[in-house]
Design a protein around this ligand. Structure first.
Ligand code: SAM
Length: 243
């Protein structure tokens, strides 16, 4: 998979994308991420990429033309049109389900806005959808783009040891994940749950499923309403109703 990021701050993106799991995945060729400086595509002799808004008001607006030229240059390198996402507080709020869908695409083009935003006309011309990372406003689309690359990247083949590393985590199946413990077995007088030391895999599976249901009910009851639950799950939830 290849992701192109169009931004005025490519160094900010590179700094994050060259670290940790995504950095290693890029180095190993499991995922290709290319950052483009929109400023490289301006025809303005002063390298300007923004201007004041028509109609007046505060702030600057990113101009349409450098963004469009950047997009065209990326398209010229690809066999097909990429799926274009504009990171925007006005977009559909990102979920795990959306991230799974994006991870199955061949090419994504992420457009990061800054200042007051982007000239509407280039959005109309190139953008397939707007995606938000939450109902609050940031200074730019770089952090949201990095969030998107991180969540998509970890689901690309070869990035994590196997699929269970992401399919068994919170949100993937509509529930929160069970708690984790590591050595030592006793820490600050707190013991690791006995079942985890038993080596009995079937019992461990049952315990983990129940813990997952329990913490989803306690921390995010709204998720339980939409989760796919078995008869066993429902019976367990009924048994802990008063607890
Ligand atoms: N004037 C815009 C509005 O009120 O909708 C907000 C512009 S914001 C200050 C600058 C840029 O940050 C946006 O163009 C967008 O790319 C990015 N951005 C800000 N908040 C975001 C969010 N919650 N999710 C995704 N992108 C966001």
């Amino acid at each position: 998979m290849r992701i192109d990021i169009a931004t005025l701050f490519p160094d900010m993106c590179e700094a994050v994308l060259s670290e940790s799991i995504i950095g290693r995945a890029r180095a190993a060729g499991h995922i290709e991420v290319v950052c483009h400086n929109i400023r490289d595509y301006t025809l303005n002799k002063h390298n300007r990429v923004d201007d004041t808004p028509y109609g007046g008001g505060m702030g600057m607006v990113m101009q349409a033309d450098p963004i469009f030229r950047c997009y065209e240059a990326v398209c010229a390198q690809l066999p097909e049109k990429p799926h274009v996402i504009y990171l925007s507080p006005q977009g559909r709020v990102l979920t795990q389900k959306m991230a799974v869908e994006y991870s199955q695409k061949e090419h994504l083009f992420l457009l990061c806005g800054h200042y007051e935003g982007v000239d509407e006309r280039v959005l109309e011309e190139i953008v397939d959808e707007e995606v938000s990372i939450g109902d609050y406003v940031l200074t730019g689309g770089e952090l949201p783009a990095l969030v998107l690359v991180d969540t998509i990247g970890r689901m690309c083949e070869g990035v994590l040891p196997d699929e269970s590393a992401f399919t068994e985590e919170s949100h993937y199946n509509g529930l929160l994940e069970y708690p984790h413990y590591s050595r030592p077995a006793v820490w600050h007088d707190k013991e690791v749950p006995e079942v985890l030391l038993s080596g009995h895999h079937a019992n461990i599976e049952v315990w983990r499923r129940q813990q997952s249901l329990l913490r989803t009910r306690n921390k995010r009851p709204d998720m339980l309403e939409k989760a796919e639950l078995t008869q066993k799950d429902l019976a367990f939830l009924e048994s802990i109703k008063e607890k």
